[in-house]
Design a protein around this ligand. Structure first.
Ligand code: HBI
Length: 100
């Protein structure tokens, strides 16, 4: 079943359960930035996230600079945020830890 874009209300309701994430309106994506102790920690998290993303066939758009990892989740096939992004954000929080 093709992914369906969440309504703005549904997206915002999902973000209530993802306090470390915000909606990046420009990219129409869920966004989180994570700071790690060092590059090795960031890289390890990227590997774990990458494995989970590939297993889900749903992949982040991300940028890593040394110990910082910026992550955007959007669904190309839905032209916006879908349940797949919410699910992957939840998995990412389990991997990196939720700070809020
Ligand atoms: N990852 N974030 C994201 N969004 C998608 O729509 C997406 C993906 N990974 C794979 C995928 N879609 C599949 O449709 C591939 O067939 C392209």
């Amino acid at each position: 079943m093709p992914p369906v874009r969440l309504t703005d209300a549904a997206r915002d309701a999902a973000l209530n359960a993802l306090p470390d994430w915000v909606h990046d309106a420009q990219r129409d994506a869920l966004y989180r930035s994570v700071l790690f102790a060092d590059f090795a920690e960031a890289l390890g998290a990227m590997v774990r996230i990458g494995v989970a993303a590939d297993k889900a066939d749903h992949h982040p758009e991300w940028s890593n600079v040394y110990n910082r990892l910026d992550i955007w989740l959007t669904t190309h096939d839905a032209d916006g945020v879908s349940e797949r992004d919410v699910a992957l954000a939840t998995v990412i929080d389990r991997i990196v830890g939720a700070t809020a």
